[in-house]
Design a protein around this ligand. Structure first.
Ligand code: 13P
Ligand code: SF4
Length: 329
């Protein structure tokens, strides 16, 4: 494989017009024994071509047992890193290395280490939306699918640090009665939903249920009919007898919600600023079909993780997967 320039964080080569991108992606993934894993926040065309679409727990679980030689992670950087930590011998590719996460960025590893040192005797629970370096300081990783159960697997008097999402941490404290010490981080997408506009929508559609991701502020969660991970919200909407939903999470999830429920109506929860598409994660949406094709073709950009960090970070991730398997999650 010839080296290509990825100075921009992705392979910036134009694709000839006569190339059918979908056909070529299908041919290349067979030829290379590659799988494409996509998060629900990816654009619809990427979700449709992926071998597997899921929430962050399911992506990690999939990565941990695939026989593929190459994994293309269509999501954000920490998802690619988690896959690489779980499969160090496989090639893990991402369409665009610039796809970061504001929540992961709100927790710098050196500052988090200081926070841990300032609170000796605490068990450290970290949300999966963190860098590998933060995971290396962590006792157990959680996602929004398993956070409650993993916190509850510790004795009630366990002293716990939870980072980096203050909204998820507050929510878990409220439903478990714990008093975890929280890192003060947040996601810029989930913090911008408008309470006033959601209340107005609920008045306009009194039959509609509000579905909210736990990364939303507690004023939004207080209004929600169902709080859960992307996978949990999708499952709830599919199993519900109700036919209209207001969805307070990144709007990419509406693609799969609509696909599985063609007769139901899904309304994206409005952001405070009505002039922006702020309920689209700008990081997630950096990935495109063109970048995916080039990434598979040139096997770049590749995720790498420092060996020493990987050896530490794999332990809390594996602990999460083991607990989740025991709990049937
Ligand atoms: P899920 O674990 O629910 O897929 O959430 C991932 C995420 O990044 C939420 O913003
Ligand atoms: Fe990170 Fe928020 Fe984007 Fe999720 S939606 S990947 S938490 S920035």
């Amino acid at each position: 494989m010839n080296a290509v320039n990825i100075d921009k964080g992705y392979v910036d080569l134009s694709i000839p017009e006569n190339v059918n991108i979908k056909d070529e992606i299908n041919r290349l993934r067979k030829e290379k024994n590659a799988v494409i894993l996509a998060h629900y926040y990816q654009s619809g065309d990427i979700q449709d071509i992926a071998d597997f679409v899921g929430d962050s727990l399911a992506l990690a679980q999939w990565a941990s047992h695939t026989n593929a030689d190459v994994l293309v992670l269509c999501g954000v950087h920490f998802m690619g890193e988690t896959a690489k930590i779980l499969c160090p011998d496989k090639k893990v590719l991402v369409p665009d290395l610039n796809a970061g996460c504001s929540l992961a960025d709100s927790c710098n590893a050196a500052d988090f280490e200081t926070f841990i040192k300032d609170n000796p005797g605490y068990t450290v629970i970290s949300y999966v939306n963190t860098s590998a370096a933060v995971k290396a300081f962590t006792d157990v990783v959680v996602t929004s699918t398993n956070a409650r159960q993993i916190v509850e697997s510790f004795p009630v008097d366990e002293k716990i640090i939870f980072g980096p999402d203050r909204n998820l941490g507050n929510y878990i404290n409220s439903i478990t009665g714990r008093n975890m010490k929280l890192w003060n981080g947040a996601c810029h997408v989930h913090e911008q939903f408008s309470v006033e506009k959601i209340i107005k929508l609920k008045k306009e559609y009194p039959d509609a249920l509000l579905l909210a991701h736990p990364e939303c502020k507690n004023v939004i969660l207080a209004l929600a009919d169902k709080i859960g991970s992307t996978a949990a919200l999708l499952k709830f909407a599919t199993q519900s007898d109700v036919s209209r939903f207001i969805v307070a999470t990144e709007s990419g999830i509406l693609h799969e919600m609509q696909k599985q429920n063609p007769d139901k109506t899904f309304i994206p929860a409005p952001p405070n600023d009505s002039t922006c598409a702020c309920n689209e994660c700008n990081f997630m949406r950096l990935n495109t079909m063109e970048k995916l094709y080039n990434c598979l073709k040139y096997e770049q950009p590749e995720i790498t993780v420092d060996v020493e960090i990987r050896e530490k970070a794999v332990l809390p991730i594996q602990r999460m997967l083991d607990i989740s398997a025991k709990l049937g999650l």
